[in-house]
Design a protein around this ligand. Structure first.
Ligand code: F6P
Length: 493
């Protein structure tokens, strides 16, 4: 009751994102079980903690969530959320599906990660327009809920490409609140962003420019955003990137100024070190050691959602190339590939998941022996097992086509027991901070990636430990709680 009245009387800090910190599964008897939400955004924001007093506004994503909203009246039980105040919005399922699957994940995600095969896609026709209308409605629902819950002059931190229109809509409803938008993805270069219909480009950009601050994970993505604004919005818009002052974009007849911020989310060392020493992780390590087998065998680890941008197929091809070109590694190395199902409502993700599984089987059939399985693929999401693999890894393979940051690259060096060499795509945001001590690869170049795996596997132990220590320091420079506070302070300044 106290918590509800606190929200009604007006929250001072609000966070808005599609996926919230918790999701609910509906049991056969109608009982609900709560589970921590997944993904980089949730990992980053979960560290805020209840003491920050923020209200987190998110969408109901399935039947379990919808039942939880009905049960709680929208403000979730804090016993399920780790003490955080979470308001879940029950947006009609078909509106959410069109906005999330249709626009956010099939169009905006594809644009920012440059995933289209452009001779045949994208095609923007009547179907897209219907989905776009749903995206507008879904953004309007968030803006309305935020406008209602925000106290006078509140700080509202809107997350990601799902909610690009929210800052503009909210500013109209509540000019008193301070608004920040954070992009957890890369931002497309202007030529690629120009694939989108012109009016959609304008709406997305002006939506974000409704914020006081537009924040990004790296300067590269921030500059791409500013370049898109100038190109798509024309003479009405100017990007300022002075050498010694914060950058900004000024747009519209009222010359509204949006400051551009770069906040490179880091790994949470304290949490990871404590969590990775718990008995369940030790247990998983024993299990993985048994699967790896063979005394002295090396391990190449990858941990991803099964996501097109993560480039899992080329990672497997590179491992196959390593075994083909350098037969000395046969029987001596195992690739632990964790590829957790994601966005399975979309056919292209289901096909990709199947391709990953088939390729792992092909490699095992081609090279495996009675005593050695070259690729061990796990698809069931298990955080304790991911941590166990981080601790054991000799080499971590992080080769995305494009990635806003990539927290796996930052988590492995923090948790590693004996030092781990990092093979890292130059297209991951994390490369900016970790590139100096990683083995850098062009994610499309399978041959180069195979050679980098070989170099990583043969790296002398002292060099590996020294690099791991430097990687861990760089990876934890801005832990999640400070990352969040930094944005809040910048918004208040
Ligand atoms: O910014 C990327 C993001 O929103 C992160 O939360 C996470 O990496 C991923 O996308 C989650 O995707 P989804 O919510 O569609 O599973």
């Amino acid at each position: 009751v106290t918590e509800r009245s606190a929200v009604q009387s007006g929250a001072e800090v609000l966070v808005a994102s599609n996926r919230g910190p918790v999701s609910y599964a509906l049991g056969e008897g109608g009982e609900l079980s709560a589970r921590r939400g997944g993904g980089g955004l949730v990992s980053g924001l979960s560290a805020i903690g209840p003491e920050a007093g923020a209200v987190w506004v998110c969408a109901a994503l399935g039947d379990g969530d919808r039942a939880a909203v009905r049960r709680s009246g929208g403000l979730l039980d804090t016993a399920d959320t780790g003490g955080q105040r979470v308001r879940m919005l029950d947006i009609p399922a078909e509106v959410h599906a069109a906005a999330y699957n249709g626009v956010a994940n099939s169009v905006l995600w594809f644009v920012h990660h440059m995933l289209y095969q452009t001779p045949v896609e994208p095609v923007f026709d009547a179907g897209f327009r219907e989905e776009w209308a749903a995206y507008e409605a879904y953004n309007a629902a968030f803006a309305g809920a935020l406008a209602e819950a925000a106290g006078p002059g509140a700080a509202v931190l809107v997350q990601d490409y799902h909610l690009a229109l929210v800052p503009g809509l909210l500013r109209e409803m509540r000019p008193d609140v301070r608004i920040a938008h954070f992009s957890h993805t890369p931002w497309a270069p202007p030529e690629y962003f120009a694939l989108l219909p012109d009016d959609v480009q304008r709406q997305l950009l002006l939506g974000i420019l409704g914020a006081d601050r537009a924040n990004f994970l790296t300067e590269r993505w921030a500059r791409a955003f500013a370049a898109c604004c100038e190109r798509a919005l024309g003479p009405d818009c100017t990007a300022h990137w002075p050498r010694h002052e914060p950058p900004s974009v000024v747009a519209g007849p009222a010359a509204h100024r949006t400051r551009i911020g770069v906040h490179g989310l880091g790994a949470d060392a304290e949490f990871l070190r404590e969590r990775s020493r718990r008995p369940d992780v030790e247990e998983r390590m024993a299990g993985l050691r048994a699967q790896i087998g063979g005394a002295g065998r090396k391990t190449v680890v990858r941990v991803d959602r099964t996501e097109l941008s993560k480039n899992i197929v080329r990672g497997l091809l590179a491992f196959r190339r390593l075994l083909a070109d350098r037969p000395e590694w046969r029987e001596r190395v195992v690739h632990l590939a964790f590829a957790y199902p994601s966005r399975q409502d979309l056919a292209v993700y289901r096909d990709y998941t199947a391709r990953v599984g088939a390729l792992a089987e092909e490699i095992n059939a081609e090279y495996g022996t009675a005593t050695w399985q070259p690729v061990v693929l796990h698809v069931k999401d298990d955080f304790a097992r991911s941590l166990a693999a981080y601790r054991l890894a000799d080499v971590a393979l992080v080769n995305p086509i494009r990635d806003g940051m990539n927290l796996v690259a930052k988590e492995v060096p923090v948790v590693s027991d004996a030092g781990c060499a990092l093979v890292l795509s130059r297209e991951a945001g994390a490369w900016v901070e970790l590139g100096a001590d990683a083995l850098t690869v062009n994610p499309y170049d399978v041959g180069q990636t195979a050679e980098a795996l070989h170099a990583a596997l043969t790296m002398p132990a002292e060099e590996r430990s020294a690099r791991t220590a430097r990687l861990a320091a760089a990876a934890t420079a801005l832990p999640p709680a400070r990352w969040f506070l930094e944005q809040l302070r910048a918004l208040e300044a």
